[in-house]
Ligand binder design. Structure first.
Ligand SMILES: NC(=O)c1ccc[n+]([C@@H]2O[C@H](COP(=O)([O-])OP(=O)(O)OC[C@H]3O[C@@H](n4cnc5c(N)ncnc54)[C@H](OP(=O)(O)O)[C@@H]3O)[C@@H](O)[C@H]2O)c1
Length: 336
């Protein structure tokens, strides 16, 4: 099969190329072999391309990038259930290997493609929605009637988190984004307050004003260093902050632990790719129960920023690196 390779093992976006003669993956155990039609890009792909991925990768990850895809079931492993059959249209999450014509993944990480979702829409769903469900529910434990602050609201994870919080019954949803257009997008997805951080407006002041000084019950943070002190100021008593990424940096200066003690803030962090297949299967089941019906009913949106043929995967990576995207960047895989 063909797959996206990185010339000399690591490099910038221009080092990406379509490599031929890669052995087909084998669907052992409960794995399903899927012929990929589209894959979604994620920031971790950039780190992997540059050979600076920060966490130890599981052996299942392999060398090929890509953690989410859509496609058609081609073959089933000997231990597979009857959940999927050859010819089914599916989408799913992977530890790696989605930048390719074929992938073999655990059936626990697969889902049936709803009739109203195109391959290029579905390919960008698993990573951000599973992460959002993890941050908002499994780790963040949002209860109906609680308020939430979601940073980088127009990012893939942010957009998903806003909608997951809305469906979960959040009372007030605050978010931050880097332009008025992105803020408008966040509002259209269900955010009650969207702060353009480049306008000079301070999100902590908005949270204080709109919650009458109480603060929010849950913070889903993707930004890290630059927002840490203001996050502490925005947190309510007995609130949780779930760290999902640290886009602005991970070292916080002048951090006084008393900020946590004063308000009994639970500081939590989570990752998705390092989780085992059982945990990811649990997230898949939660997604299928809580969110997929809303996607099928077109009440929850999957925002595709731009679709590229995979021969232009270098341009797709450059767009992701430029931060101009507002939603998922997708590549369509050629069949032969
Ligand atoms: N822990 C996990 O399990 C997990 C899972 C998935 C993703 N992630 C991480 O979550 C982050 C977001 O992923 P994604 O796919 O949703 O990204 P994305 O769709 O590419 O969006 C990222 C956005 O973040 C904003 N941003 C970037 N640098 C920023 C900064 N210094 N301060 C404030 N905002 C900044 C930018 O929008 P603005 O124009 O608004 O600034 C950018 O467009 C990535 O770091 C990714 O690796 C973690």
């Amino acid at each position: 099969m063909k797959a996206v390779g990185v010339r000399n093992g690591k490099g910038n976006a221009d080092a990406l190329f379509i490599e031929d003669g890669i052995p087909d993956p084998v669907p052992v155990g409960n794995r399903v072999l899927v012929r990929i039609r589209a894959f979604g890009l994620n920031r971790m792909d950039i780190m992997q391309r540059e050979d600076r991925y920060p966490y130890p990768l599981l052996p299942e990850s392999g060398k090929i990038m890509g953690v989410e895809f859509s496609g058609i079931v081609e073959e089933k492993g000997p231990e597979c259930s009857d959940d999927f059959k050859v010819g089914d249209k599916v989408f799913g999450l992977a530890y790696g290997g989605a930048y390719a014509q074929k992938i073999a993944v655990s059936e626990k990480m697969l889902m049936h493609l709803p009739a109203n979702l195109a391959f290029e829409e579905a390919a960008g769903v698993p990573e951000t929605f599973f992460t959002a469900i993890q941050a908002v529910h499994l780790v963040g434990n949002l209860q109906p009637g609680q308020s939430v602050l979601i940073h980088a609201g127009a990012s893939g994870v942010g957009q998903s988190a806003i909608q997951v919080a809305k469906v979960g019954g959040a009372s007030q949803i605050f978010t931050t984004a880097g332009s008025d257009e992105k803020c408008q997008l966040c509002r259209s997805l269900g955010a009650d307050f969207a702060v353009n951080y480049r306008s000079g407006e301070d999100f902590a002041a908005v949270v204080q004003r709109e919650t009458h000084g109480r603060g929010v019950d849950l913070i889903v943070d993707l930004v890290g260093r630059d927002y840490f002190h203001r996050n502490m100021a925005s947190a309510a008593m007995d609130s949780r902050m779930v760290l999902v990424a640290a886009l602005s940096g991970s070292k916080v200066d002048d951090f006084d632990l008393r900020a946590l003690l004063n308000k009994r803030i639970w500081l939590l962090a989570t990752t998705l790719r390092t989780r085992d297949a059982d945990y990811q299967g649990q997230l898949r089941d939660l997604f299928c129960e809580k969110i997929l019906p809303h996607i099928t009913a077109q009440e929850v949106r999957t925002t595709v920023d731009k679709v590229y043929p995979w021969t232009e995967v270098a341009d797709a990576h450059k767009r992701l690196e430029s931060n101009v995207n507002a939603g998922k960047i997708i590549c369509i895989v050629e069949e032969r």
